[in-house]
Design a protein around this ligand. Structure first.
Ligand code: ADP
Ligand code: MG
Ligand code: ZN
Length: 610
């Protein structure tokens, strides 16, 4: 049922009710005063009469005029006999030859009609519930009760490996799945067991969902997809039956792919931090998935793909042999991958001759496929707004600035605050430039964007895969540079350093508790990726020691930041003057303002795995 149906029902009900009431009133007996009735009795004009208690209904022999209403006459009437009346009504009536009847003159509204009217609100209510239920089912993908199947036919999935760029590393592995789905016979003949479950793991936006769809598109098999988060939204017990249905449907049309997105929402390890509620539902749904996968003999030709951003929190039961025993790590793209992804996404975008995607890829290390797709789209929007025929390099760099730094806000900042912000950002930038081995400073600006009053952007020279302790200390010193500069120059602490401090704490804690970079803690992994370390048998004493080490590192870094700024106060002031003048400085301008010649840093020769 849709809203219109309900509206029609409601209007219908009101109409019916209205008509019945009006009809009652129009066709029903005319209420008359008792005195009028007595007049008619006296005139011997009353033909028939029915009384119940003091209520009287009757019919006149000849129609009479309605009292006080001109032009209207009545024949049937009703009236009330006052209890204090002492007249001998019966005698008078029989004198006038009136029949006193045993049944009402006017038929009351039929029993059925009354029933209908009194039940109508309930019927409406029931109809409403049915509608709500149907709607909920629809929202659940409609696999219950034979709603529309959430199956995507290979014809409609027009995504192939051509649309996925920079996946050379994983292509071989994923091709194996494609080959199996394309010709399962080949494998069956040799008695080879097919891959049952493949887990795609990687940061958000790296193209896991895209890769799964492309696998189906490439193998030209049906693609059944479900997001694990939708299972949890369902009412209890439905998640498991939805899973059953998904597998049944897939088996029917095998070879096929079942794709479960965001599997970490239901597949979290016990003891990890879980959201409250929906607990049983997760477990039931997860168990159902595992049961279905265990039930495969391996010859059904159904491959289950799952994606997650958090492989580290998954229940190990998921990764047992015969389940998701293959893992494909999808990394953010490297320089070559970024160029290819930019090519894919600019296929349908007219590009001006000056566009250099290689150069754009240079300044986008760390960005994922989704980020790059977004960047291209922003640039196209900009070009359209500037009424150009093609996207120029300028649009791309402006879009990059917007994506990396946020949209500029149009607010007037008081001069004193502007100056303080300039020192804060100059502090970050100067320390970034002074640290040997730190990422070069790309941009400094005191134009307010989002919640921030200013930004300093540093990005690595080329892709980095691991970081050494020195580099991380440099990052902490740089991040503390803003706060240190404010304190050095104005001797105040402001709220402006909130996100800087968050980052500093995160890096320092990881250095000590996860990466073995503190001699006192040594080579212990104290802080788990998630959850309470004490659950993993870490003692309170060790945790206290971690806290002390974190404090020691940040204190040392802060002192170093202040010392560097004090020693280079002239450079700091020079950057601030330029910043206040121009609001936004690019790489060359910053280094020029500080009088520092930029040295090209190479990241550590042997990358350290992260
Ligand atoms: P994930 O599932 O890993 O979070 P998605 O697959 O949803 O990421 O990616 C979002 C979008 O980003 C895709 O629809 C696509 O437009 C773009 N994208 C991501 N990775 C790639 C890639 N390797 N090649 C081309 N486009 C990509
Ligand atoms: Mg996804
Ligand atoms: Zn800052």
């Amino acid at each position: 049922m849709r809203w219109p149906t309900i509206a029609v029902g409601l209007v219908g009900y009101l109409l019916l009710f209205g008509v019945l009431t009006i009809q009652d009133q129009l066709a029903g007996p005319q209420p008359v005063p008792y005195t009028e009735f007595k007049n008619q009795v006296a005139n011997k004009n009353v033909g028939a009469l029915f009384a119940r208690g003091n209520s009287i209904q009757g019919e006149l022999k000849k129609a009479a005029a309605v009292p006080d209403e001109q032009g209207r006459t009545y024949q049937q009437f009703s009236t009330e006999r006052p209890t204090f009346a002492t007249d001998d009504l019966l005698a008078e009536l029989t004198g006038g030859a009136a029949t006193v009847r045993a049944t009402p003159l006017v038929a009351q509204r039929g029993f059925l009609a009354n029933l209908l009217i009194s039940f109508a609100p309930m019927l409406l209510l029931v109809a409403f519930y049915v509608w709500m239920f149907k709607r909920q089912q629809g929202a659940m993908g409609g696999l219950l009760g034979g709603g529309k199947k959430k199956r995507v036919d290979p014809e409609t999935v027009r995504v192939t490996f051509d649309d996925v760029a920079g996946i050379d590393e994983v292509e071989a592995e994923i091709n194996e799945v494609v080959d199996f789905l394309k010709s399962p016979e080949k494998y069956r003949r040799l008695g080879a067991r097919a891959p049952k479950g493949v887990l795609l793991a990687g940061a958000p936006g790296t193209g896991k969902t895209l890769l799964a769809r492309a696998t189906a598109g490439e193998a030209n098999v049906p693609f059944f997809s479900a997001s694990a988060s939708e299972f949890i939204e369902m009412i209890v017990g439905v998640g498991a039956s939805r899973v059953r249905e998904l597998f049944t449907e897939a088996r029917k049309v095998a070879p096929a792919i079942i794709f479960i997105d965001e599997i970490d929402t239901i597949g979290r390890a016990r003891g990890g931090a879980r959201a409250l509620g929906g607990h049983d539902e997760r477990e039931q749904t997860l168990n159902q998935i595992l049961t279905e996968m265990d039930g495969f003999s391996g010859h059904e030709g159904v491959v289950v793909l799952a994606a997650t951003n958090r492989p580290d929190v998954l229940d190990p039961a998921l990764m047992r042999p015969g389940r998701f025993d293959r893992q494909i790590i999808v990394h953010p793209p490297d320089h070559k991958g970024r160029v290819e992804i930019l090519r894919v996404h600019t296929r349908k975008v007219p590009l001006a001759a000056d566009v250099n995607l290689e150069q754009l890829a240079n300044s986008t290390p760390g960005m994922t496929g989704a980020d790059l797709a977004n960047l291209v789209n922003e640039a196209a929007l900009l070009a359209a707004r500037r009424t150009q025929d093609a996207v120029q390099q300028r649009d791309l760099t402006d879009a990059l600035e917007k994506v990396q730094l946020g949209t500029a806000r149009n607010v007037v900042i008081p001069e004193a605050e502007r100056r303080r912000t300039a020192y804060h950002e100059a502090g970050h930038a100067l320390l970034g430039m002074l640290q040997p081995g730190a990422d070069p400073v790309r941009k400094v600006s005191i134009i307010p964007r989002g919640r921030a009053l200013g930004v300093t952007l540093s990005t690595p020279e080329s892709d980095r895969y691991g970081f050494d302790a020195n580099y991380l200390r440099g990052r902490i010193i740089g991040a503390l540079g803003g706060m240190a500069a404010e304190q050095e120059v104005f001797n105040i602490v402001t709220t402006g350093a909130e996100s800087d401090l968050e980052m500093v704490t995160r890096i320092a804690r990881s250095m000590v508790g996860r990466w073995g970079m503190s001699e006192r803690i040594g080579t212990l992994s104290v802080l788990p990726a998630e959850g309470d370390p004490r659950m993993f048998g870490i003692s309170n004493g060790l945790l206290d020691a971690v806290d002390e080490e974190v404090r020691r590192i940040t204190d040392e870094c802060y002192a170093e930041a202040r010392r560097l700024l004090r020693d280079n106060r002239d450079k700091l002031d020079a950057i601030v003057i330029q910043l206040l003048l121009r609001e936004s400085l690019d790489e060359q301008e910053i280094y020029a303002a500080a009088g520092i010649t930029r040295t090209v840093n190479k990241p550590s020769p042997t990358p350290i795995p992260a």
